[in-house]
Write a protein that binds this ligand. Structure first.
Ligand SMILES: C[S@@+](CC[C@H](N)C(=O)[O-])C[C@H]1O[C@@H](n2cnc3c(N)ncnc32)[C@H](O)[C@@H]1O
Length: 215
């Protein structure tokens, strides 16, 4: 007869292994969409740096594209009293976010692929994704966000965009760059010689959304 401690140990090891396998399977299944943007949370010093650099007002809506366990949303609501929205496609991360954000007023977490979501209500868009996605993401943000919206990208810059500032927390473990951008009131010209184009009104942008190559 096996001692009780051994039974508990084997059961705990089995549950841990099961969770790890589930995590690996969920990541592998989502790779075509997420590329390499795995469920890795932003460190708290980096979230603080982001919130220090990007002030918000209570009416603002920050959006986290791939919100993981929802920590960025919770921190933004706690600091600025905003109504924050997160999209998450990994079922385990989504479940963690729903549990950790349960009962938090002002935090909404939606399950799904942010490429299919309308981001036009975002006053601040936060992301910590993967280099392969950034060029396409830049196109979506430029097409959908309103003038003055701020975009914050941890670690990876948006190709062709000029940051208004780059912050680096003073920390060995958390010192990677945080790129901060602001949506201008005109779109960059398709070639360097012509004038910048004025941004179309939001209603026009919503009407022409079917052109934006959704997946
Ligand atoms: C590096 S984690 C960042 C998590 C969180 N934003 C944070 O900073 O703590 C990236 C997250 O984005 C999610 N993700 C990647 N592509 C996505 C997509 N197309 N739609 C929704 N979530 C996505 C991944 O599942 C992962 O949880």
């Amino acid at each position: 007869m096996m001692p009780l401690w051994a039974v508990i140990f084997i059961a705990a090891a089995g549950i841990l292994l099961g969770l790890k396998l589930l995590y690996a399977a969920s990541i592998a299944g989502l790779l075509p969409v997420t590329r390499g943007a795995l469920f890795v949370s932003t460190g708290l010093p980096r979230i603080k740096e982001f919130l220090d650099a990007v002030p918000m007002k209570p009416g603002h809506c920050p959006i986290d594209l791939g919100c993981g366990d929802g920590r960025v949303l919770r921190a933004a609501v706690r600091r600025y009293g905003v109504k924050a929205l997160g999209f998450e496609i990994n079922p385990m991360a989504y479940l963690a976010a729903r549990i950790l954000c349960a009962g938090r007023k002002g935090v909404r977490v939606r399950y799904g692929n942010f490429w299919n979501m309308d981001l036009s209500g975002g006053d601040v868009v936060f992301c910590y994704l993967f280099p392969d996605l950034m060029e396409r993401l830049g196109g979506k943000l430029m097409a959908e966000l309103h003038e003055g919206s701020r975009v914050v990208s941890c670690n990876f810059s948006l190709p062709g965009w000029k940051p208004i500032c780059i912050r680096r927390p003073v920390s060995v473990r958390h010192g990677d760059p945080i790129y901060i951008y602001q949506i201008p009131d005109s779109l960059p010209s398709p070639d360097a010689t012509s004038e910048p184009r004025p941004r179309p009104a939001l209603s026009q942008r919503i009407l022409s959304r079917s052109d934006h190559g959704r997946t």
